[in-house]
Ligand binder design. Structure first.
Ligand code: AMP
Length: 401
């Protein structure tokens, strides 16, 4: 059986039988233990099977991968050239999507090839010669292949933009536009995004045909079941605060940093302290990333230190604790990071280490999640107290920090 990530997920009380799927797919769903569709699956699969263009407003953890993979697998047959294209923001998401396509595409013998950066291009060219039906690609590497003439997208019938907002965050808009120019106008397009900024609306208006909008985002809030905590400290004490937290809160922990340099430094520090830790960021090869994720998933490494970008699409069951070693720059990023825990019915904890300079972002996050994040402290570290007086004092200290 192909390995697809699985963890508790919120489902509806509907049946897959009511969605218009083939017997073969229903049998497979039963085999892998998917008993009921998730909300995005129940809303999206029927119109997608009919070829309707769609915008799915949904996050990772909603079951969206199966929601778009199943209709593609039902609609495509093997051996008619490259008909399906899924654009993914990161290598990890692309690999996960391929695993779903391998699984659900089995009854039509669909062959899927993953074109992602960070790995040698030659084996991919070899795979392309074997006549795949579906391509899952990150935009940069796909464009590389298109420029080399190793692939043609003239016959694409099924197109998916997965996590479109993240693709734009990563600066892929120019590549996406170049790729779109090479696709046939008549096609079935599905776009997924966890937020709907103006640039995404524009993309949708321009490249989708009268799309149906399916919004299953939880009222702009992070998932339920998450406990938020804020540790306001002096910038010099962030590391000590983290070390104390890691010893206090046991269980699988994902630590976020803003930069890869900081991720690497933190990894070395934690390793030196004797923690079972591994790191993942863009300086790592694809092989190292896969093995780091496997080590984290299997529990060999209790702690994973990751940059926000490298963590996209991390689908690991049972992450108990998220630590923001750096406060995320945007509210969306906070919600996205927090969403790595408390998936489905599970409970999770998000600890954010921040300094007084981060307070404006904290306020924005609080407005979004609709609650004041409890101020907490760890033993031995004096918390920063948010009084007017202290704030004035702190501004004076700012230049020294
Ligand atoms: P995704 O949002 O696509 O990352 O999926 C989140 C997780 O939910 C993955 O681990 C899937 O294997 C799992 N999943 C998706 N659909 C279902 C379902 N209908 N029943 C149970 N698990 C599901």
């Amino acid at each position: 059986m192909d390995t697809i990530g699985q963890h508790p997920v919120l489902t509806t009380d509907k049946n897959f039988q009511s969605l218009g799927l083939s017997e073969a797919t229903l049998k497979l769903l039963n085999q892998i233990g998917f008993q009921h569709p998730t909300p995005i699956q129940s809303d999206l699969i029927p119109p997608a099977l009919l070829g309707r263009d769609l915008i799915g407003l949904a996050q990772t953890g909603s079951g969206k991968t199966a929601a778009f993979v199943i209709p593609i697998a039902e609609r495509l047959q093997h051996g008619e050239g490259v008909r399906g294209l899924v654009l993914s923001p990161t290598r990890e998401i692309a690999l996960q999507t391929k695993a779903f396509l391998d699984l659900f595409g089995r009854h039509h013998e669909l062959m899927t090839v993953c074109l992602i950066g960070g790995v040698p291009i030659r084996p991919q060219i070899k795979d392309l010669r074997r006549g795949p039906d579906v391509i899952v690609a990150t935009p940069g590497r796909l464009l590389d292949h298109l420029n080399r003439g190793t692939i043609s997208l003239n016959n694409i019938e099924e197109l998916v933009f997965d996590e479109a907002d993240h693709m734009l965050d990563l600066g892929f808009l120019p590549q996406i536009k170049s790729i779109l120019k090479m696709l046939p106008k008549k096609r079935h397009t599905m776009m997924f995004s966890a937020t709907m900024p103006y640039a995404i609306e524009q993309l949708a208006q321009r490249y989708l045909n009268d799309p149906l909008r399916i919004d299953i985002l939880p009222e702009g809030k992070a998932a339920e079941g998450i406990t938020h905590r804020l540790y306001l400290v002096n910038p010099m004490q962030r590391k000590d605060c983290l070390l104390t937290l890691l010893n206090k809160e046991l269980g699988s922990t994902l630590v976020f940093t803003q930069t890869r340099r900081e991720a690497h430094w933190l990894y070395k520090t934690l390793f030196h302290e004797g923690h079972p830790v591994i790191d993942i960021h863009s300086d790592k090869t694809q092989k190292e990333r896969v093995s780091a994720l496997e080590g984290f998933r299997s529990g060999e490494h209790r702690i994973l230190v990751a940059t926000a970008i490298a963590s996209r699409g991390i689908d690991v069951q049972g992450i108990k604790h998220i630590v923001n070693f750096d406060i995320p720059e945007t509210v969306e990023e906070y919600i996205h990071r927090a969403g790595r825990t408390a998936r489905g019915d599970a409970k999770g904890l998000v600890s954010t280490i921040a300094t007084f300079m981060d307070l404006p972002v904290v306020k924005r996050i609080e407005a979004e999640i609709g609650q004041e994040i409890p101020r907490c402290s760890v033993a031995g570290i004096e918390p920063f107290v948010e009084t007017q007086k202290k704030a004035v004092q702190s501004r004076r200290l700012k230049s020294r920090w």
